[in-house]
Design a protein around this ligand. Structure first.
Ligand SMILES: Cc1ncc(COP(=O)(O)O)c(C=O)c1O
Length: 261
């Protein structure tokens, strides 16, 4: 059974060849809850004098090997607290973290209509304030985040050990705490058949994501791009159930059903 890992050399080449004089920042995504290659992206950003921004929407509490957590491995980190996230509110919510005072003041102003005082707007801003009720829920749930992430990591470790089916490609797992398994994503050929099989056994699986960004209608200007690796991955990915409230019996059943596929 193979585990999926993207060669790091490719990542560097792909980023560097797309840097131009218009480039201001690199935006890395901690996809599925796994930190991007922090050392590599920091080095590229530094050598090209670019800001590094992290999309930490799926990676609350992921820890890099030097002890830094998601949201603290770049110039600014964006978090989503959408209810299904590892740290979710009871409605929409989000936050940006930064150690940079200029960015802090700018973002703090932009999130509140670009106001610098009650009736004075310095920028064209947004209304992106975090509602106090949601903040109160998050304060309570934050205390459980590490325990919940540990549970996700234990389930992932069990899936990796127990799923034994040559039709299934398992995700790469470094055994560091840099992956908090917002999603546990496998790859399988003939995805529709597999999804139907799982549903027949009353196991809900999802697809993150069926359409790659460059093929979305909203990004028409990129629709002609050919990205074979991305396209192949999008055709085969399936997210297995992973959340801290899964029971041991449910996890065993999921593995057993997959192994019989
Ligand atoms: C990787 C990633 N980035 C950004 C977002 C957007 O977060 P929100 O819906 O809270 O704006 C999401 C939410 O699904 C996400 O998964």
């Amino acid at each position: 059974m193979s585990q999926i890992q993207v060669p790091l050399i490719l990542i560097r080449d792909e980023i560097v060849k797309n840097i131009s004089s218009n480039t201001k920042a690199i935006l890395g995504v901690h996809l599925y809850g796994q930190l991007y290659n922090v050392t590599k992206l920091e080095a590229i950003a530094k050598s090209y004098n670019l800001l590094l921004i992290e999309d930490a929407a799926q990676a609350h509490g992921a820890v890099y090997k030097d002890g830094r957590k998601s949201g603290n491995v770049s110039n600014a980190g964006a978090f989503s607290f959408y209810p299904t996230k590892n740290l979710g509110a009871l409605g929409d919510a989000g936050a940006v973290t930064t150690n940079n005072r200029y960015l802090f003041e700018l973002i703090n102003t932009l999130k509140n209509y670009g106001r610098i005082s009650a009736y004075e707007n310095e920028y064209k801003g947004y209304n992106c304030r975090l509602d106090e009720i949601q903040a109160a829920f998050l304060n309570v749930k934050l205390k459980r985040l590490d325990a919940d992430n540990l549970k996700r990591q234990e389930i992932a470790a069990f899936y990796l050990k127990a799923i034994k089916n040559s039709k299934i490609k398992l995700p790469f797992f470094s055994k560091e705490k840099d992956h908090v398994f917002h999603q546990f994503v496998i790859q399988v050929a003939h995805r529709e058949t597999f999804v139907a099989y799982m549903n027949d056994h009353e196991i809900e699986v999802s697809v993150h994501y069926p359409i790659p960004p460059h093929k979305q209608k909203a990004l028409r200007e990129y629709n002609k791009l050919v990205l074979p690796v991305t396209e192949r991955i999008h055709e085969g990915v399936v997210s297995l159930p992973i959340n801290p409230i899964l029971t041991q019996q449910e996890i065993y059943t999921i593995v057993e059903v997959i192994n019989r596929y």
